[in-house]
Design a protein around this ligand. Sequence first.
Ligand code: ZN
Length: 276
Amino acid sequence: MFTITTPRLNLQPTHKNCWSICDQNSHDLLGKIFFHNNWFNIILKPKSLHLGVATESGYGLIKALNSQAVKAKTDLPHARLYLKNMGFVQVEDHFEVTPETLQYPDLYQILNAKLGIDTQHIRAPKYPTATQIVDAGMDFFNRPIKLHPTAYQAWQKLQQAAQADGIQLIPVSAYRSLNYQAELIQKKLDQGQTIADILNVNTPPGHSEHHTGCALDLTTDGDQPVLEAGFADTKAYAWLKENAETYGFYESYPENNPHGIIAEPWHWCYAHKKTG
Ligand SMILES: [Zn+2]
C-alpha cells in the first residue's frame, strides 16, 4: 500500500485494499477506490462526477499496481462505457484488463484531434479541469451555473459585498467542460468557419480558464453590453478593481497581459491560496 500521485489527485491508502481519492491542492476527499483479489471498484462523490476524476484515479491505480488481471463488474451503462474506454473487455459476466491492454482515454487529445487542432502549437495556457464542482445559482440568461466549491463560497462573499455597496454583479458564464468548449468550436466549423479563424476568438478545449471552475464572466445591471470592452467603463468594473482582491478574485486578462490575450475586463478568477 502506497500513495499514488496523478496529475490532479493523490490516492492515499486508508485501510487494507482501499484508497482515498483526494484533490492534490485542496486535499478534499472526492471518492474511494477499492482493490481486493484483483477486483476493482470506484465510488465518487456527486460533486466529482463527469470531471475525469474516475478515469484519472482508476487508470492511475491500475497502472501503479501493475497487476496481471484486473476485474470489475457493473450493470450501469455509464460505468460499462468507463471500463471500455480504459481497455477493459467483457469476459463472461464481468470485465477485465491487463497492464498491456490498459489505456488512458485522454479527452484533451481526443477532442482537439477531432476538431483538427494541433495541440503541439497552441500558445494559450493550458488549465486543469476542476476535480469538484457544485451548483452556484443562475446566470444572466437564467441558466444554472457551476463553480468549484471554494470559488463558490468566495464568489458569494464578493457578490454580497458588491451588493452592499450598491453594485450588481451578475454571472454570465462560470465552469465549462472540455466537451462544452469543443461543442462551441464544432458549431462554428459546421457553419463553415475555418479552425484558424475560430481559434482567434475561442480557446481550444483544455485552454479555457473556465475549466478550473474558478473563473467567472461578469456583467452588471442596466442595459450594459454583455462581455464587451465597454464593461471596463462600468461602476461594477471600478468596484472590482478596488475590492475583488480582498475576496481572492483577480482579473485574468487585463490590458497588456503576458498571455497576449485581448483584454477581458469581464473575466475574473478566484485564486486558491497555497495550503502548503
Ligand atoms: Zn471568461
